[in-house]
Write a protein that binds this ligand. Sequence first.
Ligand code: ADP
Length: 385
Amino acid sequence: MTEPTPTLPNDAQIQKALSNVIDPELRKDIVELGMVRSAVVHANGVVDVTVSLTTAGCPIRGHFEKAVREHVGALEGVTGVNTAFDVLSDEEKSGLQKKLGRSSLPEGALAQVGRVICIASGKGGVGKSTLTANLAAALSAEGRRVGVLDADVWGYSQPRMFGLGAGRPKVNAERKILPHESHGVKVMSIGFFVDEDSAVVWRGPMLHKALTQFLEDVAWGELDDLLVDLPPGTGDVSMTLSQLLPDSQFLLVTTPQQVAQKVARRSADMAAKFNIEIAGVVENMASFVTPEGERFPIFGEGGGRLLADELDVPLLGQVPLTMPLRENSDAGIPLVYANPDDPASQAIRQIARGLIAIAPIAPLPMVDEQPPEPPAPAGMSLPMA
Ligand code: ADP
């Protein structure tokens, strides 16, 4: 007697099973996201599935492999599951962005900004905000026109670091939001729009809109460098900005512990996912040096070098632990201005010079025969003065 041939799942059943496989970063299923390239059922019950990823080095391959095996393998008649991967084409990727409602900025939104540098870290408390403020100060001291966008929406600290109050920014005649200014650096932060110390609860779409507005509707004017203080980790804000600013560069901040670079690595993986270049690594809280010159590597050693080597990018500097750096951040005057000779200031100034050295050469200004049309009034959602 021959065994009855088990019924094999049909296409709709396979797609249904695959719709249980969720992309943990985009939080949608791979069928809806259009990431299932093919699913072929063989007569022997083996199913070959090809999943298309946003980037070849996608760190969550293992997650997909396991989830596809689990859900497709559970279907009646399936004897085995093979999962293969390929990469979405640029066209497919932009289709995916549209599907996520995360289109890029309108062309020309940051036309007067030379370059955007996102300061990122794997976790909080490594000195990312302190470095953003002081690097802005150092770049401006070198004669660059600098802006700081505080995108650390839950832990915003740039208003405090630059000694700026919580006054609501004003709007100019063209309905653009005017950034506050400190020592010549233009600063924009969500902190200017909320009551001090109040907890900010942002829902996804609102957050996306606020960030887009910060890039699109702020009168940044002509800038050489716009530094963006990202929130720690690789959450919604960092992802949104990476998508909105595909031409930006990442500067990764890590502490010297060898384990810290593993955490910082996640931000690098995210940058890779959106094809963002990594300008380099900065190691903060490198050792503490006593006035007598004795060196204490309080947070260990080597993390910055390890991360830079692993990513094959330059280690742009090592900033020591110094009390004045912390004191000046609290006092609202970046240390680079208050004491440019402090060892931390010196290290930060050196990093700024490194960033200038790798800056693209500005194109010669074009003469416009027709003055551009004034922009149409923007739809404001932020509370303005
Ligand atoms: P993050 O933005 O990564 O959360 P912060 O910039 O807020 O971190 O820094 C955390 C704390 O560490 C702040 O009090 C800051 O003044 C202090 N700090 C950062 N870097 C240094 C340093 N190199 N030396 C001394 N204190 C530092």
